[in-house]
Design a binder for this molecule. Structure first.
Ligand SMILES: NC(=O)c1ccc[n+]([C@@H]2O[C@H](COP(=O)([O-])OP(=O)(O)OC[C@H]3O[C@@H](n4cnc5c(N)ncnc54)[C@H](OP(=O)(O)O)[C@@H]3O)[C@@H](O)[C@H]2O)c1
Ligand SMILES: [Zn+2]
Ligand SMILES: [Zn+2]
Length: 352
């Protein structure tokens, strides 16, 4: 084991502070990565503040971060896909059993024995796993992704969660040219959803509560933008969508979006607010509409998404911050005041 520099919270109400954590020395199948950039996902905030206590309580101290891009510094003797000096990326998953039906279907995110990048039982060291708000991480080679060489690294980090979480359901629900697709909430996930829906050729409509994001939404690839608090604007789209992706982090009325679906249209939620949604049965019954969820994506699909981004030159719009600004960044995230993802420049951790 060795010591890594990191930022952690000690409780749901504590600020982030500089700390050191133990990391395992790479075993034969492991890749050690010096972290260059780590995105700040709203799930990091939900976890740091124990907002998901009913489903997945947080173990403290907690080191979040699952949008990781870095440089390989060491590899175990059995590693074949990476060598020191390569770029490598890590998302929300760092291990799974590899044998269950989910793993065999390349859906490691649903493996009952999956290890998530943080706040998950650590099979090697005991305790829980620690995420990417750190100077390095050690991960089994099967869970390390290849980064296309043409992409900006600060903007690539958020692809590892915000990217795959929006790409996967858009692909699963057959979003393509000729479809009308909505994306709700222009945050880290939502702005990637708009970019992907546009790149897949769909007629893309962005729904936002922030008038200040209207111009951006068009630049990001939306064909139309709707201010979701304006009932008249919403009503114009009633019964017209093939697919809507809801990426909102806070409590809101999803029935307003179910009513915008055409017959057999689908609303997929990826946003995970603290409180449950209230769903009006009639919205689903009239029109045989469906409501679904989606969780990140498997490793093969995450690589497919990164390669797609390489081909289409897609990255996240980021505001790069030093780690010392993390508490301020969290306060801004709660207020939807980020365009559109914070990406931590981990070089700043050297002086922490
Ligand atoms: N399913 C998965 O696998 C998965 C993966 C990652 C994250 N998540 C979850 O997805 C959610 C979004 O994550 P994120 O990182 O994209 O968060 P984010 O950057 O904070 O974006 C959320 C957006 O939701 C909108 N919003 C916020 N409060 C709202 C309210 N009260 N009513 C309506 N809209 C509101 C805002 O967009 P506007 O300003 O445009 O309205 C905001 O920018 C979080 O709950 C996160 O935990 C799920
Ligand atoms: Zn995330
Ligand atoms: Zn499995």
């Amino acid at each position: 084991m060795y010591n890594a520099k990191a930022y952690s919270v000690a409780s749901a109400t504590s600020p982030f502070v500089s700390t050191t954590i133990g990391r395992r020395d790479p075993t034969e199948h492991d890749v050690q990565i010096e972290i260059l950039f780590c995105g700040i996902c709203h799930s990091d905030l939900h976890t740091a503040r124990n907002e998901w206590s009913a489903t997945m309580a947080t173990t403290y101290p907690c080191v979040p971060g699952h949008e990781i891009v870095g440089r390989v510094t060491k590899v175990g003797s059995a590693v074949t896909q990476f060598k020191p000096g390569d770029l490598g990326a890590v998302g929300c998953l760092v291990d799974s059993d590899g044998t269950c039906p989910a793993c065999q279907a390349n859906l490691e995110q649903f493996c009952p024995n999956a290890t998530f990048t943080y706040n998950s039982p650590d099979k090697h060291l005991g305790g829980v796993t620690y995420g990417g708000y750190a100077d390095s991480i050690v991960v089994n080679e099967r869970f390390v992704l290849r980064v296309p060489s043409n992409l900006d690294l600060a903007g690539t980090a958020p692809l590892l969660c915000a990217g795959i979480t929006t790409y996967s359901p858009l692909r699963h629900w057959g979003v393509t040219k000729g479809k009308k697709v909505g994306v709700v909430g222009l945050g880290g996930l939502g702005h990637m959803g708009v970019k992907f829906a546009h790149a897949l050729g769909a007629h893309t409509v962005a729904f936002t509560t922030s008038a200040s994001k209207k111009e951006d939404a068009l630049r990001l690839g939306a064909d139309e933008v709707v201010l979701s608090r304006n009932a008249d604007e919403m009503q114009k789209h009633a019964g017209s969508f093939d697919f809507i992706l809801d990426a909102v982090a806070a409590e809101h009325d999803i029935n307003a979006y179910i009513n915008l679906l055409r017959i057999e249209g689908n609303l997929t939620v990826v946003g995970a607010p603290e409180k449950p949604h209230a769903v009006n049965a009639f919205g689903l019954i009239f029109g045989r509409r469906s409501l679904s969820g989606s969780l990140i994506g498997g490793i093969a699909e995450t690589q497919e998404m990164l390669d797609f981004c390489g081909q289409h030159n897609i990255t996240s719009d980021v505001e790069v911050i030093p780690i010392q600004k993390i508490n301020e960044a969290y306060e801004r995230l709660v207020k939807s005041d980020v365009k559109y993802r914070f990406s931590i420049d981990m070089a700043s951790l050297k002086s922490a």
